[in-house]
Design a protein around this ligand. Structure first.
Ligand code: NAD
Length: 252
C-alpha cells in the first residue's frame, strides 16, 4: 500500500470542474500526479479553466470536455472518449450541482425537475458507463458530492436536500453492489463552503448558517478538495459507502 496520497498513473474525471470546489479537486488531483479530464457545461469555461491550470503548471495532464449532463448518450460518449484517449478511468468525481432556496409555495415542477436532473440523474448517467470501464480494468473509485443538508434538510428550497439525500442513497447502495468489482463508492458532504454557490444565496441565509458552525467559519474549497484526495487515494482502500462530512461540525 502506498503510504501517501499519490495518484500517479491514475486517470480522473471531475464534473463541474471549472470553478469552485470542482476546480480545487482538479488541482489537488493534478498536484498529486493524476491525469484529469474536467467536465464543464460550456467549451468557453472549460478552456478558461484549462488555461488557468496550465498557467500554474504547464506539465499538468489536464484536459476537458463539455457533455450535456442531462443527456445520457452524450455523457456516455464523453466517458468513452476519456477511456479511448487515456486507456483507463480510475476516479470519477460527480461534483456538478446546483442549489435552490425557493420556498415551497413558490416552487414550480420545472424548478424541481431541474435540480433533480443535474444533482441526481446526471450522477447516475456518469456512473453507468464509468463503472463498466472500472469493472473491466479491475477496479476504480467513484466519489459523489453530497451536502451537509443531506443530514439536516434546510428550511427553504426542498429540492436541494431531496437531491442530496438521493446522492447518499446512490452512494451507499452502489458501494455495496460494486464492492465485488473492486469499485469503491463514497461521497463528501461539505458544509457552507466559500464558492459562487454560496455567494448566490441570500446574505441573511449565509449569516444565519455561518453562526451555527462550531468551527466559526465557512469552509474553503481546498479544505473540501482534501477529502476528495484522501478518498481517491490508496490510503482509503478500505473505505467505501462513506459519506464524509467536511462541515466544521455544523450538522451537529
Ligand atoms: P459552483 O456553483 O461554484 O460550481 C458548480 C459547478 O457545477 C460549476 O463547475 C458548474 O459549471 C457546474 N454546473 C452547474 N450547472 C451545470 C450543468 N447544468 N451542467 C454541467 N455542469 C454544471 O458550486 P460549488 O459550491 O463549487 O458546488 C460544487 C458541489 O458542491 C455541488 O454539487 C454542490 O451541491 C456541493 N456543495 C456545495 C456547498 C457550498 O457551500 N458551496 C455545500 C455543500 C455541497
Amino acid at each position: 500500500m502506498k503510504n501517501v496520497m499519490d495518484l500517479s498513473g491514475k486517470v480522473a474525471v471531475v464534473t463541474g470542474g471549472t470553478r469552485g470546489i470542482g476546480f480545487e479537486i482538479v488541482k489537488k488531483y493534478l498536484q498529486n500526479g493524476a491525469a484529469v479530464v474536467l467536465f464543464g457545461s460550456r467549451q468557453e469555461t472549460v478552456e478558461k479553466a484549462l488555461a488557468k491550470l496550465h498557467e500554474e503548471n504547464a506539465e499538468w495532464k489536464a484536459d476537458g470536455l463539455w457533455p450535456n449532463l442531462s443527456k445520457p448518450a452524450e455523457v456516455e460518449e464523453a466517458i468513452h472518449q476519456v477511456k479511448e484517449k487515456y486507456g483507463r478511468l480510475d476516479i470519477l468525481v460527480n461534483n456538478a450541482g446546483i442549489a435552490q432556496s425557493t420556498p415551497l409555495y413558490q416552487y414550480t415542477a420545472e424548478e424541481f425537475d431541474k435540480i433533480i436532473d443535474l444533482n441526481v440523474k446526471a450522477v447516475f448517467y456518469t456512473i453507468l458507463p464509468a463503472a463498466k470501464i472500472m469493472k473491466e480494468q479491475g477496479g476504480g473509485c467513484i466519489i459523489n458530492t453530497s451536502s451537509m443538508v443531506s443530514f439536516t434538510g434546510q428550511p427553504s428550497g426542498v429540492g436541494y436536500p431531496a437531491s442530496k439525500y438521493a446522492v447518499n442513497g446512490i452512494t451507499v447502495s452502489l458501494a455495496r453492489e460494486l464492492a465485488k468489482d473492486n469499485i469503491r463508492v463514497n461521497a463528501v458532504a461539505p458544509g457552507v463552503t466559500r464558492t459562487d454557490m454560496v455567494a448566490a444565496l441570500p446574505e441573511e441565509m449565509v449569516k444565519r448558517i455561518s453562526a451555527t458552525i462550531p468551527l466559526g467559519r465557512p469552509g474553503e474549497p481546498e479544505e473540501v478538495a482534501n477529502a476528495f484526495l484522501f478518498l481517491a487515494s490508496d490510503m482509503a482502500q478500505y473505505v467505501t459507502g462513506e459519506i464524509l462530512s467536511v462541515d466544521g461540525a455544523a450538522k451537529g
